[in-house]
Design a protein around this ligand. Sequence first.
Ligand code: PGA
Length: 251
Amino acid sequence: MRIPVIAGNWKMNKTISEALDLVNDLKSRLTNVDDVTIIVCPTFLCIKSVADALGNSNIHVGAQNMFWETSGAYTAEVSGEMLLEAGAEYVIIGHSERRQYFGETNETVNKKVKKALALGLKPIVCVGEMLEDREAGNTEKVVDDHLTNGLAGVSADEMKNVIVAYEPVWAIGTGKTATPEQAQEVHAFIRNRIAELWNEETAEAVVIQYGGSMKPGNVKELLAQKDIDGGLIGGAALKADSFEELAKFNK
Ligand code: PGA
């Protein structure tokens, strides 16, 4: 049984005080949700304050990126060790915006994933095709490339701590959601590839989230699909009322 995971990727939004307003509101709205893993991923700057405010509540904290070295002359980078001490339990790795604007590659994704796992931080690894890939019929090829190279060398045991987020780039922030059928098709492909690359048991255990314009109006349909186990949500995670509806999708 996979427990659904609803995660908010706040991207470059919210000052510390705005972040605290949102999580304090979410904390009271979501106290009774015990059948969904809820995660918020603020900017690095807000992680400590948000984690402190959430304390032992049922809302977990993730970062949006990390570097694979522990410390040193890497101006502006943040290490996994720093994230853990600040209170993060999860870390998004290889988001398409990192790949598009900041030169993230499968190789850098792989180094970050391995370091996160070694530290006990749970990586949320993003995979997904661009519109031109889909139009050229290359969706599975691109997703497979992200999956096999981004997760190369990760053991079956470690895979149980990995979340995969399928995010078609053409659906991110565009209001265009993949249809539940389109998303399910790729999720099933990912789960089959996990079974081939590791084993059946691992494939059954790994949570595969969908991301890309997920909102209260489409969450139920998407999560009703057999292989869609949660959501990585941008825009709709920035407001307490819509994130509450998302986290309570099964109520
Ligand atoms: P969106 O972003 O929900 O605003 O489309 C999703 C994401 O980029 O993780």
